[in-house]
Design a protein around this ligand. Structure first.
Ligand code: SF4
Ligand code: SF4
Ligand code: SF4
Ligand code: FES
Length: 943
């Protein structure tokens, strides 16, 4: 448990290693060169008053509260903008300074509503604190003159308000939006007395460029910018540090509590992934945890056509166990399986895969990472030796060239995007490889040097062409390759990459990116001191997803861009714990730590600890489970926190598979789409109720701490444990910490990890073991984990999904900032204010050809099915390409996606579907059935 307020050292820390001796109020002090006098004083326990300064922002020098005297200098310099110098003698408390500060404060207060006692910031207001600190007792100027007391309140943002009457025009909000967030949404409008804060050009916050990250609210020293939850509930009295449960950035937050009520989530300054920044989801969109739709009682039903019946935990667990036992008796040991969730903690995931292997007695376990980043695991393991990204996020600050491929960080990984934009504003160059004009291509003060707007499905030829130019123009780092890589594989790859079919000219014809642009991008990447690749699902969710991951690793090895800060190949993971769910042994062929289940030595280790024999044969992947279900051979599934019916491709096939099972157990917060096919519903816990760990995209193991007790009365790992016990396997943990202890014992890359260690150090990046006791921020430093880096030939094999006269457009999918994946959480928050429904982006020329206008209802038809949704006409997409999100179940975006998948991992090819778009008069039959079925299958019987 922490204090709510963190100490503010007023200006950012200096990074200069040199030390400087100074004297503050007669006391000797030593600080880093480049430190401001204000920070130097605060570091030494002397709190000079300040208003416009805060340690997350560059000093500004506008409020004049921090004046000091420096021996040998005239006047009263502002201590926030004056760096220390050797031998400086500083006085912070003199009669003259006290008078000056009181006068300044008097002017502020004379234009400020004197409602401190009833103000929502009472107790957490720097203006109030400073008035006390300078000893202001009297204000000589009345309120008769001109003032700002009648400025209105802008409450348009769902989460915070702006009360102009309380603004002291310190610009902290403007600087936070510029420096921390990089959106540049705020300005100070007008001059002198008339100056005031304005969101974009006179708009209210909701309609402005503001992305609701909360940085300005955090920076505001008064009640001007204030969370509505604080206005409603009052100031918090304690806080607990935990981790955001949305994306793979893994931001640390202080959950600020008033008694047992959560009143605010504040990004944690010491959070090693986010350094005190946040996005709208983690900062504000946590209300789903107490949404009225949340199910808190276990439910069962004999048939999916029956209404649900609320029962006790014992009855629900016994019901599930009996069904699983019966199925196995009738259809064999391998007729059941389980799915782990990348939204759950490592500890919760670990017990589910153990349940499958130890209690079901097979390896039919898979994870939702199958449908997102499984090619990352395969591709990086094959080439480099580890199924994970190579760098910490902070490494981007050392990159000179940043290549973003198939990722949209400002929407999907916003806090990292802000950091990346900071580096780009410092002068790093950007290459974007994406069919769409994503936000990074052009935003305030950031512009991509090259945008390779390729046709969906042509990543592999483009990466090959980039490599072709680099090798052909001698930009490869042959010394690095000779020293670090397998030379036979290099020779073979080099010969392949130099083939004419991989030249920019040949690839231009396939990808639609002109040869000059490919050449220029290759030269920029190939000649950089430090070049880093960041990529997302636009790489992996293709029939050649694994090939492309290996293509990027080849390129990075060929140019020596692996093994130090500022470089690397970095997957931006979609969900909070994708990395962890994979690490925990969720794949059917691997136990925790990616160790093959077929390896007798590995199995023996687990068997000795678990006291049970483990099947040596790898189990089914998710698509195999569905196929086997449709064939009548797979009959039972335990699904932890994943909405398969909405998130997996080819919805009709998924629904057919789920409908053919005899026992579907769904463990989730809400009755999701998959629950329509379920026989048992086991209510889960929100991240606010969990005790455990998440692992973010940089392999960082972060603690998730319970803030409130489980709403349904039970930790999720206990539910799984009780099911295992009911099936006859004696799983017997008494805490989540104990589960982590077992993980550490059985997983060499985690051997030094424990809750106690994480509580002590904050977080750590795996491998964390005796060889790396404090973790491993950068992988492959002296050598690759696999020994020599392996170049893999990456021949281009076009996807079988092709456009035709009937389906002339290519559909690609993605997500937006305010919503998250299938929307189960964010759709139950006020985030809907920004985006209520999935829209189809279509280029103006394609729209005109079809008579489609902005906002029209259109049909989207593929070889698999058809849906309807509204169109938005935009040149963010190129002609021939349409784009949509998949956040609303009613849209059914996956009704149209195909069964094609990555050749190595079966990751679905969500990013390429041939479609036709036409104006529509009515909703598709799938959508009409959707509502009818939803009503029928989610009925709950009266108690
Ligand atoms: S809104 Fe707050 S941070 Fe912004 S200028 Fe006004 S007082 Fe300062
Ligand atoms: S919430 Fe974020 S984006 Fe919006 S104005 Fe504040 S700092 Fe800028
Ligand atoms: S960037 Fe990701 S982890 Fe951070 S607050 Fe936003 S959703 Fe949460
Ligand atoms: S804190 Fe130094 S001028 Fe405002």
């Amino acid at each position: 448990m922490n204090n709510v307020r963190e100490r503010d050292l007023a200006t950012p820390a200096s990074t200069n290693p040199e030390r400087v001796d100074i004297e503050i109020d007669g006391m000797p002090a030593t600080v880093r060169a480049g430190t401001s006098i204000l920070r130097a004083a605060r570091e030494n326990g002397v709190d000079i008053p300040k208003l416009c300064a805060t340690d997350s922002l560059q000093p500004f020098g506008s409020c004049r509260m921090c004046l000091v005297e420096v021996e040998g200098r005239n006047g009263y310099p502002a201590s926030c903008t004056t760096p220390v110098e050797p031998g400086m003698k500083i006085r912070t408390q003199t009669g003259a300074l006290a008078r000056l500060r009181r006068n300044v404060m008097e002017l502020y207060i004379s234009d400020h509503p004197l409602d401190c006692l009833t103000c929502s910031a009472n107790g957490d207001c720097e203006l109030q604190d400073m008035a006390g600190s300078v000893g202001l007792r009297d204000v000589r100027y009345g309120f008769e003159g001109e003032n700002h007391l009648d400025e209105g309140v802008d409450a348009s943002n769902p989460y915070f308000q702006f009360d102009g009457s309380k603004c002291i025009v310190c610009s902290r909000c403007v600087r936070a939006c510029d420096e921390t967030q990089g959106t540049f949404a705020l300005t100070i409008e007008g001059r002198g007395f008339a100056s005031k804060v304005s969101a974009s050009i006179g708009e209210d916050f909701l309609d402005s460029e503001c992305v609701s990250c909360g940085a300005c609210v955090q920076a505001c020293p008064t009640a001007t910018l204030m969370e509505k939850s604080i206005v409603e509930h009052g100031q918090p009295d304690h806080s607990i540090v935990t981790t955001c449960a949305y994306c793979g950035v893994g931001c640390s937050f202080k959950a600020e509590m008033k008694g047992d009520q959560l009143v605010r989530m504040t990004p944690y300054k010491d959070g090693q992934a986010n350094h005190g920044h946040s996005c709208v989801k983690g900062r504000f969109a946590w209300g789903y945890a107490s949404h009225r739709d949340r199910v808190t009682q276990p439910m069962i039903r004999d048939d999916v056509k029956d209404p649900w019946r609320a029962v006790s935990w014992e009855e629900a667990i016994e019901f599930a166990a009996e069904r699983f036992r019966d199925i196995q008796d009738k259809h064999g040991r391998k007729s059941v399986g389980g799915i782990t969730s990348s939204r759950c903690t490592n500890e919760e995931v670990y017990v589910v895969q153990k349940l499958v292997r130890a209690a079901f007695g097979n390896n039919n376990v898979d994870t939702c990472a199958r449908v997102c980043h499984s090619p990352t695991g395969y591709g990086l393991k094959t080439t480099l030796g580890t199924s994970a990204g190579t760098q910490p996020f902070d490494s981007v600050m050392d990159a000179d060239v940043i290549m973003v491929i198939g990722a949209n960080p400002t929407e999907a990984h916003p806090v990292f995007a802000s950091q990346m934009k900071r580096r780009l504003r410092q002068g790093a160059k950007l290459i974007v490889v994406d069919p769409r004009q994503i936000g990074l291509v052009r935003s305030p003060h950031v512009e991509a040097e090259h945008h390779l707007a390729l046709q969906p499905g042509t990543n592999v030829p483009v990466i090959n062409a980039l490599a072709h130019v680099i090798v052909a123009e001698n930009l490869a780092d042959e010394d690095y390759v000779r020293d670090r890589c397998d030379l036979d594989s290099w020779d073979a790859w080099r010969a392949m990459i130099l083939r004419e079919e991989n030249s920019p000219e040949s690839v231009a014809a396939i990808s639609g990116v002109d040869a000059d642009t490919i050449r220029a991008a290759a030269r920029l990447y190939g000649s950089a001191q430090n070049a880093a690749i960041y990529y997302g699902l636009g790489v992996t969710e293709h029939s050649q997803g694994s090939t492309m991951v290996m293509g990027m690793a080849n390129l990075a090895m060929a140019t020596g861009n692996l093994g130090r800060s500022g470089v690397g190949v970095n997957p931006l993971r979609g969900q909070n714990n994708v990395q962890g769910s994979c690490d925990m042994g969720s794949f059917p062929h691997e136990l925790a730590g990616y160790r093959p289940v077929a390896d007798a030595e590995v199995r023996t280790q687990f068997e000795q600890h678990w006291g049970v024999a483990i099947d040596p044969e790898p189990g089914f992947r998710i698509p195999n489970m569905f196929d086997a279900a449709c064939a009548g051979d797979f009959k039972g599934m335990y699904i932890q926190g994943e909405d398969l019916a909405q998130s997996d491709p080819n919805t009709q096939h998924v629904e057919e598979a789920l409908s053919s099972m005899e026992c579907v157990v769904v463990q989730d917060l809400f009755l999701n789409e998959t629950a329509k096919f379920a026989h048992v519903f086991l209510p889960g816990t929100s991240f606010l109720e969990k005790d455990g760990t998440f692992i973010n995209a940089e392999r960082r193991i972060n603690r998730v701490r319970p803030v409130i007790p489980p709403a349904q009365g039970k930790d999720e790992w206990r539910i799984t444990q009780e099911l295992a016990q009911a099936l006859g396997y004696d799983m017997d943990y008494s805490s989540a910490a104990e589960i982590m202890d077992e993980i550490a014992k059985l997983t060499p890359t985690f051997s030094n990890v424990s809750f106690a260690f994480l509580d002590e150090v904050g977080s750590v990046q795996w491998p964390c073991n005796d060889a790396a006791p404090m973790g491993t921020p950068i992988m492959h430093v002296d050598a690759f984990v696999r020994g020599k880096g392996l170049f893999v030939e990456t021949d281009y094999v076009p996807t079988e999904e092709r456009t035709s006269r009937k389906f002339p457009l290519l559909l690609t999918t993605g997500r937006i900032l305010s919503q998250y994946n299938v929307g189960a959480q964010t759709r139950r928050t006020p985030n809907n204010a920004w985006y209520g429904e999935d829209l189809l982006e279509i280029h103006p020329s394609d729209a005109e050809m079809r008579g489609i206008n902005e906002g029209d209802l259109v049909s989207l038809t593929s070889r698999k099915g058809d849906i309807t949704l509204k169109a938005t006409v935009t040149d963010k997409v190129q002609p021939g390409v349409v784009y949509t999100t998949f956040h609303n179940p009613e849209t059914g975006a996956n009704v149209v996606t195909t069964e094609y998948s990555d050749w190595a991992t079966n990751c679905p090819e969500y990013k390429v579907t041939a479609v036709q778009v036409a104006p529509a008069m009515r909703r598709s039959s799938w959508q009409e059935n959707f509502e009818k079925r939803a009503r029928e299958t989610t009925r709950v019987a009266d108690a």
